[in-house]
Design a protein around this ligand. Structure first.
Ligand SMILES: Nc1ncnc2c1ncn2[C@@H]1O[C@H](COP(=O)(O)OP(=O)(O)OP(=O)(O)O)[C@@H](O)[C@H]1O
Ligand SMILES: [Mg+2]
Length: 358
C-alpha cells in the first residue's frame, strides 16, 4: 500500500509491575492502520487488546506503563497549518500533555463495551453530548444542542430532540451504545477505537450496531480499530485483521485472506474453534489445546509453543520468531515461514545429573 499510515504501533511493550510480579501485558506489538481502514483486533481474553487500545490515548490504568516502543500517529486537524510531516509519537507524551488532550476525542475517539460506565448517571444524555461537542468546537450552547440532536438522529435514535433530556438509565443498552457512538463522532475523529462495543448486547442489537458503525465509517471516512474476541464479528465489519496472542500480533492481513488462508498455527486453531452453520453440524468443536499461560510467567521463545500443534522442539522454545512479511499486506510471526529455519538447539546436558561412567 503506497498510502501513508494513520497509525503505526512499533514494537510496543507495556507492563504492570504488581506485588506478585510483573505482568508483561503487551510484548512487542506491531500494528499499522491506514486512513479509512477498519482494522479488527482479535484474540483470547488477556492477550492485551484493551491495554494496546488504552495506550493510544494514554489511559492505561496504573500501575501500567509503556516500557518501550512507538505509537506514531498523524493527526489530520491539529497540525494542518504547520510544515513538517505532522507525526506525533503518542508513547512519548506525558499523560497530561496539552497536545495529547487535544488528540483525545478530537482526533482519536473511543467507545467501550458497557456505555453505562462511560456516562454520568446524574446528567442528561443531551448535556453529556453537548459537553463533548463544546470541548473541541467553538459554538453556542444552542448550536451544540442542535448538533447533539442531529447526531442522535444520525445514530438512529428517534424523537431525538426529546431524547436529549433523558438520563442514561432511561435508554436501553442498545440506545446507550448508539448515544456513545454519537459522542465519539461528535468531533469527526480520524480514528475510532471500539473495544468490544457489541459484546454486552443481544445478537440482533449487535448486528444493528455493527451495521450502524459500518455505515458511519463509510460516511465519515474514519478508520476504526475494532477489538473483539469474535471472529464472526470481524468477518462482518473489518477489512483487515490482527490476531493477537500473549501481548503480540502473531498474524495480520486482509480479513478474507486470513479467513481463507491462515498461516499462523494459532490463527488456524482459532478458525477451527468457530462454529459454522451446516459445516460443523454433528461434529465436535475443536478447542485449542492447553490454557493461556500465566501472565507472570511468559513461555520462552515463541509464546504459543506450549499449545502449538506444529511446535519444533529445540527451536520454538528457544527462538523468538521474527515478523515475516509474506506479501504486501499479509505478515506472520512464526518460525515456519522464516526464510532460514534455525537449527534445533538440544537441551544442554546437565553434567551434575549425568550418570557416572565407570
Ligand atoms: N489494571 C490492571 N492491573 C494489572 N494487570 C492488568 C490490568 N489491566 C490489564 N492487565 C493485564 O494485562 C494483560 C492484558 O489485559 P487486557 O485487558 O488488555 O486483555 P484483553 O485482550 O483486552 O482481554 P479481554 O478479552 O478479556 O478484554 C492481562 O494479563 C491482564 O491481566
Ligand atoms: Mg479487553
Amino acid at each position: 500500500m503506497t498510502q501513508t499510515p494513520l497509525l503505526e504501533i512499533k514494537d510496543l511493550h507495556i507492563s504492570f509491575p504488581l506485588d506478585e510480579g510483573t505482568v508483561q501485558a503487551v510484548a512487542g506489538v506491531n500494528l499499522t492502520i491506514y486512513p479509512g481502514q477498519v482494522m479488527g483486533v482479535v484474540g483470547e481474553s488477556g492477550c492485551g487488546k484493551s491495554v494496546t487500545a488504552q495506550s493510544l490515548l494514554r489511559i492505561i490504568p496504573p500501575p501500567g506503563r509503556i516500557d518501550a516502543g512507538q505509537i506514531l500517529f498523524r493527526p489530520s486537524k491539529l497540525f494542518k497549518d504547520t510544515k513538517g510531516d505532522g507525526v506525533v509519537d503518542l508513547a512519548a507524551f506525558k499523560s497530561n500533555d496539552e497536545t495529547l488532550r487535544r488528540i483525545r476525542g478530537n482526533e482519536i475517539a473511543m467507545i467501550f463495551q458497557e456505555p453505562m460506565n462511560s456516562f454520568s448517571p446524574v446528567h442528561t444524555i443531551g448535556n453529556q453530548l453537548m459537553e463533548a461537542i463544546l470541548l473541541h468546537q467553538k459554538m453556542t450552547e444552542k448550536e451544540a444542542r442542535a448538533r447533539g440532536a442531529e447526531l442522535l438522529r444520525l445514530v438512529g435514535i428517534s424523537n431525538a430532540d426529546a431524547r436529549m433530556d433523558n438520563y442514561p438509565y432511561q435508554f436501553s443498552g442498545g440506545m446507550r451504545q448508539r448515544a456513545m457512538i454519537a459522542i465519539a463522532l461528535s468531533c469527526t475523529p480520524s480514528l475510532l477505537v471500539a473495544d468490544e462495543p457489541t459484546t454486552a448486547l443481544d445478537v440482533t442489537i449487535q448486528a444493528q450496531i455493527l451495521d450502524l458503525l459500518r455505515r458511519l465509517q463509510q460516511q465519515f471516512g474514519m478508520a476504526i480499530m475494532f477489538i473483539t474476541h469474535n471472529l464472526g464479528v470481524i468477518a462482518q465489519i473489518a477489512d483487515h485483521v490482527a490476531i493477537m496472542y500473549l501481548g503480540q500480533v502473531v498474524e495480520q492481513g486482509p480479513v478474507r485472506e486470513i479467513l481463507r488462508n491462515p498461516k499462523h498455527p494459532y490463527t488456524m486453531d482459532l478458525l477451527r474453534a468457530v462454529p459454522r452453520l451446516g459445516k460443523t453440524a454433528g461434529k465436535r468443536l475443536v478447542a485449542i489445546e492447553g490454557g493461556i499461560p500465566s501472565p507472570f510467567n511468559r513461555p520462552t521463545g515463541c509464546p504459543f509453543h506450549p499449545r502449538c500443534s506444529k511446535v519444533i522442539p529445540g527451536v520454538c522454545n528457544t527462538h523468538i520468531p521474527q515478523l515475516v512479511q509474506l506479501d504486501e499486506t499479509h505478515s506472520v510471526r512464526c518460525v515456519l515461514y522464516e526464510p532460514k529455519v534455525p537449527q534445533p538447539n538440544p537441551e544442554p546436558t546437565d553434567v551434575r545429573t549425568a550418570p557416572a561412567v565407570a
